[in-house]
Design a protein around this ligand. Structure first.
Ligand SMILES: [Mn+2]
Length: 331
């Protein structure tokens, strides 16, 4: 059975933890701030979480899991790799079973954070690929497909043995937006076929899986791959470690991130597909829709606020519960 998790920053407050608990969510997916990404920092958060009956399902550390030196193969990548492996060992020593990466040297690219056409006055992230593609190169030079994949292979050779030893599974997130290249750097994962290539490169290690971001699949549409078919293929193989549950208004070249019920995809059908194919990892909402008023209270939950994270997670939980009940023939 899949487990709902709440994406948080390690700066989450006690009041927010209490709210997560009251929502019936047990797991936390943690983005560790640099000062908390230590043995003591993880212990401290874990102890605080335990007071609210919460546990950490997976974690990444800012600057460690999306590291430009490793992704672009720069001279100082050995030190960055050492730090990555050190953090994996810290997660493992604390019994945290998941770590994550996104092969994005320039992060998530969007055009603006603003009120959209589909947001009823709420603020959201909006991407217009014509504008993004017209931007100058974002790194020192253009990086092509071969070297990006070579760098990924270099990373896997060093990361996977440590993951096995620490029993920490990596979830690989797609490039967002899933364009073949962004800011002059080739995108490692912009199609589901790229996951097949990555898993093969990892010799099908159970320690490399996907963070299946429905948002990225939907942004790319059929160019990325057929989401329903990909769930049917990858879930039974145990390749989906985490699901990001997010809807968008349409496919590239223009999309707005919207509430689950507002986008072009049928999120209930997606929940039912995850149930049907036995997905048993964790699932969370992903950069939730932000109302300007809501966004004031707390920036640490799901990249949004207490209100928006609570609303989106509650809606998602409802769909998942209904999906299980429908499958059992209950309603
Ligand atoms: Mn995502």
């Amino acid at each position: 059975m899949m487990q709902v998790e709440m994406p948080i920053g390690s700066n989450i407050t006690d009041e927010e933890m209490q709210m997560v608990r009251e929502m019936g969510v047990h797991w936390l997916a943690v983005n560790f701030l640099p000062e908390d990404a230590t043995d003591e920092g993880v212990t401290k958060l874990q102890e605080r979480a335990a007071r609210y009956d919460l546990e950490i399902s997976n974690g990444g550390a800012i600057g460690v899991y999306k590291n430009t030196s490793i992704i672009l193969g720069r001279d100082d990548r050995d030190a960055a790799m050492e730090r990555y492996n050190e953090f994996t060992r810290i997660l493992g020593a604390h019994g945290i079973k998941g770590g994550y990466i996104a092969w994005q040297p320039n992060g998530i690219l969007r055009t603006k954070v603003d009120v959209g056409e589909h947001t009823r006055g709420g603020i959201t992230m909006i991407a217009d690929m014509d504008e993004i593609d017209a931007r100058p190169i974002l790194n020192d030079r253009v990086y092509g497909e071969q070297e990006i994949w070579d760098n990924f292979e270099w990373f896997l050779e060093r990361a996977l043995p440590v993951c096995e030893e620490a029993d920490v599974k990596i979830s690989l997130h797609p490039n967002d937006p899933p364009a073949p290249s962004l800011g002059g750097a080739y995108s490692l994962i912009w199609r589901s076929d790229d996951y097949r290539r990555a898993f093969k490169m990892a010799s099908d290690s159970p320690y490399l899986g996907m963070k299946l971001c429905t948002g990225c699949w939907l942004e790319g549409g059929e160019t990325f791959g057929n989401l329903m078919d990909d769930i049917a293929e990858f879930a039974p193989q145990g390749k989906i470690h985490v699901v990001h549950f997010r809807n968008v208004s349409g496919t590239m070249p223009y999309f707005e991130e919207v509430l689950a019920e507002d986008g072009y995809a049928d999120m209930f059908a997606i929940a039912k597909q995850l149930v049907k194919y036995g997905f048993d990892g964790t699932i969370d909402v992903d950069h939730v829709y932000r109302n300007p008023e809501w966004a004031k209270d707390a920036p640490s939950l799901a990249g949004g606020s207490v209100w928006s994270a609570g609303y989106a997670t509650g809606y998602m939980k409802g769909l998942i519960d209904a999906a299980y009940k429908t499958q059992e023939g209950g309603c």
